[in-house]
Unconditional design. Structure first.
Length: 113
């Protein structure tokens, strides 16, 4: 991943509503979630949801597919893994014997922030 892609993805996730949408889709799993279900769960207007989904799609974090009359949204897990890797790959690279494992920091923390 290059810094331009990472910065666009992080910028997209820097919006509270988009972050909520993305986290909801990540939680939904590989089956994804219909736009209608996403709208109901987050209680946001359809036009607002469409606007934010477009941004997430444009940055490669989300994809949509049509299944008959439903539009299903999916988190792009490979993109998420690439972004997390980009952020953590060079942790303490300039310091000998240092790294995430040394700090006791798991790559995926189950805690809530």
């Amino acid at each position: 991943m290059n810094i331009e892609i990472a910065s666009r993805q992080l910028e997209a996730l820097g919006n509270r509503t988009r972050l909520q949408i993305y986290r909801t889709l990540v939680r939904a799993g590989r089956g994804g979630m219909t736009v209608g279900s996403l709208q109901e769960r987050l209680e946001i207007a359809g036009s607002t949801l469409s606007h934010h989904l477009k941004r997430l799609i444009d940055t490669g974090l989300v994809r949509q597919e049509r299944s008959r009359t439903s539009l299903i949204c999916h988190a792009e897990y490979p993109a998420m893994s690439a972004l997390i890797g980009f952020l953590s790959d060079e942790c303490c690279a300039d310091e000998d014997g240092c790294g995430l494992a040394t700090h006791g920091v798991p790559l995926a923390s189950p805690g809530r922030y």
